[in-house]
Design a protein around this ligand. Sequence first.
Ligand code: DAH
Length: 358
Amino acid sequence: MEDLDKLKSDLSALIVGAADLAGLEAARIEALGRNGRITQLLKGLGQMDAEARREAGQKFNVLKNEIGAALDARKAQLEDSTIDARLAAEKIDITLPPRSQRSGRIHPISQTMDEVIAIFGEMGFTVAEGPDIEEDWYNFTALNIPPEHPARQNHDTFYLDAEKNGAPLLLRTHTSPVQIRTMQNTKPPLRIIAPGRTYRCDHDATHSPMFHQVEGLVIDEATHMGHLKGCLVDFCRAFFGIDDLPVRFRPSYFPFTEPSAEVDIGCSFAGGTLTIGAGEGWLEILGSGMVNPKVLENCGIDSTKYQGFAFGMGIERIAMLKYGIPDLRTFYESDVRWLNHYGFAALDVPSLVGRARP
Ligand code: DAH
């Protein structure tokens, strides 16, 4: 039988001498691996008689436990020194300047939409939506713009090859068809705004073939022109952030409203600079009116019981005015330098809440 003391000192020397975890693993295999020296001893127990086996078994197990404990202790030592070595080698230089964080910007069109939605949302309006590809009935006829009506010519409509209900489909020229869809699908009272994309065959510094509008519609039993005025005056002042902004209602014509009014805000053009809220000038910003009873009837709403008002405005136009953006085409050029200049940080939306009412 092997000299157990010699075996113990040999294995202990291997363990203590292991320079790293790989060396220690080799020592473990040498001692306790499948063919390790202690393993061999334990395997040999089977050949002994009962008396010798009990005696040797105890000794072998003591040795096995001692060597196991020595392996654990050396492993802990080696791991500690690995971490110590890493800590010593990896020094963080906290005097280095941090890398700058690049944050995205909200596009002025999205920002303006959010602002409009926030302001009307606080007045109790909900958001309604409709399709960009529209039927003639919703875009024109139901809005009291029948086929021969001259207003159709002003819309520069993009027609599609496909037809529905005997008329070509088209890209909606305004958000007003959402009024029709809402009135057909929902019982009054109604109070909705409909932001979205609109399309006209037009392209210059102030027109784009695709642009955005927001539509508004209020239908109730007792809604009158005073409500229209109050609502739009409040909106204009909240949107432009000027509590005493002059707002003017100028008689106009739209087939879907009667009477109709365009809304102007006070401004000055002095010295070639536009200043909103000052001076003697006026700028048109939106169209509005009392919903034409014919439109109510087209949607199956009893015009002797219900009435209301509607309005529509161009998002790009009010964004250009509020944020001093001179050329409409830049909205769609996807120039990151432009967006860094004109874009917005997230969650930066004004509110009616807490605004002083003049
Ligand atoms: N749809 C009109 C346009 O695109 C804007 C408009 C004017 C909408 C008056 C309305 C309204 O709802 O009452 O020019």
